[in-house]
Structure formats: C-alpha cells, structure tokens
Design a protein around this ligand. Structure first.
Ligand code: NAD
Length: 292
C-alpha cells in the first residue's frame, strides 16, 4: 500500500515558493477576512497565517463581528481589491446565515480570487478554458497529489462522494477535464456501495467520520480522503478533559489492506489545501508585478 504523503509534498511546494519569493524579491500579500467567533474558522485562519509568514507572504487580516451587514463586508472586500499590497483575498467560510455567500465571493477581484470561489473562476473551470483564473484550493491540491504520485485518472472510473461548491463539485469538474469517467455521489444517492465498488479511484468529501470501510471497495482502489472530522477519543461525553482526534471519511485501519494507495488524515489533503493557497497568492503577485 502506497501512502500518499501530502505533508511531505506540501513542504516541498512551500520550499519552492519560498525560493521564488527570495530569488525574485517578491512581496506577496494575502488579505484575510474572518467573520464571527467560530473556533474551527479561527484555527484554519491561524494555520494559513502561520504558513504565509513562514515563507514570506504578508498577512493583512480583518476581523468582523458575526452580525456584520453584508454591505459592510462587501466594503472590506472592495478595500482589499483596491489595496496594491494585497495580491490574494481569502474570505473564511462558512459565512453567517444572513449573508449571501456567493454574492460576497463574487465581489472579490477575479485576479485576487486565490480561493477560486468567484462565479467566473468556477465558470472557467467548468468550461475548461485555459485561463489565469484560480481553481479552488482543496480539489487542486488533490489533483496535484495525484500528479506528483503519477496516478493517472484518464479513462478511470472515479467516484466523488460529496458535491459541495468548495470541494466535490469543482473536483468533479477537474476530473472530467482530465477525461476521467466521473460519478458524483451525495446524501441522496441510493446504494452508495454499488458506485464505490466499481471505482478505480475514490475521493471522499462528505464529512462523515469513517463512512467508507472495506465493504465499499474493490481490490487495489486508490483513495483520496478529504474529510476532516473531529471525534471524541473517550466515550465519557460529560468528562471535562474530553480529548478529540481528527479522522477522515474513510476507516483507514479497515481499508489499508485492500487499497493500492491512500492519503492519511491528518497529513494528506489538508496540508495541500494550504500549500495551494500560498501558491496562488505568489502567482497572483507575479501577475500583478507584470502589469505594473
Ligand atoms: P459540505 O457539508 O458542504 O458537503 C458535504 C457533501 O457530502 C454534500 O454534498 C452531501 O450531500 C454529501 N454527504 C453528506 N453525507 C453523506 C453520506 N452519508 N453519503 C454520501 N454523501 C454524503 O462539506 P464540505 O465543505 O464539502 O466538506 C466535506 C468534508 O471535507 C468535511 O469533513 C470537511 O471538513 C472536509 N474538508 C477538508 C478540506 C481539506 O483541506 N482537507 C477542505 C474543505 C473541506
């Protein structure tokens, strides 16, 4: 069984980016907007900020209250669009329920859309046009892992579990663009096992801990586990010092004998998402410099 080591690949990418930044004397900047007090969002933002600082990308971050009005949030986005020191803009999702997420995301300048969530970025991905627009980081990170491990998707039966706008849907487009035969499964899919049993490659992005076990798989399948799920280690739910661990959507221990390759959780797709965000920010900076 081949362990697809996203941590090592992402470290390599970060080193490559650090070298480019130094060699070309770049001053890339990432604008980060965090709304509200969600613990998970704060953790993700801190991880991204730390990764930026480590390789020489400046962070310009704005924190807004959970009840911020949509027009005030859009004003912040426009301010960042107009700031020449900011080359990429990240709006940490999910946004509070009273805000129209797609409306806000599509106010990000397309050139600074390093998360790839702008409707034009997504449209270009769907049309498979050769553009400089960015694609969403998590699916691109998955595709980069396959590329670096020389796992070809062309003509393969590929199942994507989950169809969210940030992972499953853009991932299925990227796979189609690479001539895979793609089946997208989701919460309403009847008989998930029937689909997964026929798959050469499975991408799991549903957020259900250990949903997939060996009963769902054929021998030698490749698995890319995107899920990040926090589950309690001890069963005593009222215990004060409750400890958690992170698991994926796939029961790693159960499937490891049957798969030909698999990403671990943690240490698989997660670090690739951050490395891709950094890469996009550096690329956006290089493009901006060409224009000036
Ligand atoms: P989401 O909740 O927006 O979407 C989940 C999708 O899974 C939906 O399409 C839903 O229909 C489907 N689904 C849910 N339960 C299912 C089931 N039992 N069977 C089949 N399909 C089912 O979630 P998301 O934002 O796409 O994230 C999915 C997972 O990926 C989460 O665990 C999230 O934490 C993780 N994630 C990881 C990264 C990373 O960098 N590794 C990035 C983003 C999200």
């Amino acid at each position: 069984m081949l362990l697809i080591d996203g941590k090592t690949v992402s470290n390599k990418i970060k080193l490559e980016l650090e070298e480019i930044i130094k060699k070309d004397n770049l001053t890339p900047g990432l604008g980060i907007i965090l709304i509200g007090d969600r613990e998970d969002s704060k953790v993700y933002v801190n991880m991204k900020k730390k990764a930026c600082s480590k390789i020489g990308i400046r962070n310009i971050d704005v924190k807004l209250d959970v009840d911020v009005r949509e027009d005030s949030l859009i004003k912040e986005v426009i301010r960042m669009n107009e700031n020449d020191n900011i080359h990429g803009i990240l709006i940490q999702l999910p946004l509070p329920k009273h805000i129209n997420t797609q409306n806000v995301l599509s106010k990000v300048s397309i050139k600074k859309d390093v998360d790839g969530f702008h409707s034009c970025s997504m449209g270009n991905l769907a049309l498979n046009t050769d553009s400089k627009y960015f694609a969403p980081c998590t699916p691109e990170g998955c595709m980069e892992l396959l590329r670096r491990y020389k796992i070809n998707v062309e003509g393969k039966n590929v199942v994507v579990i989950g169809k969210s706008n940030i992972v499953g849907m853009p991932l299925s487009l990227m796979l189609m663009n690479k001539d895979a035969t793609v089946t997208v499964c989701h919460i309403k899919t009847k008989n998930l096992k029937m689909h997964t049993k026929n798959a050469d490659i499975i991408f799991c992005a549903c957020g259900v801990p250990n949903l997939i076990n060996k009963e769902y798989l054929k021998q030698d399948v490749v698995i890319i586990d995107i899920g990040i799920n926090k589950i309690p280690i001890n069963e005593q739910h009222d215990c004060k010092d409750k400890k958690y661990k992170i698991v994926g959507d796939v029961d790693f221990e159960d499937v490891k004998e049957i798969v030909s390759a698999i990403t671990p959780v943690p240490g698989g797709v997660g670090p690739m998402t951050i490395a891709t965000l950094l890469k996009h920010t550096v690329e956006a900076c290089i493009e901006a410099n060409k224009e000036n």
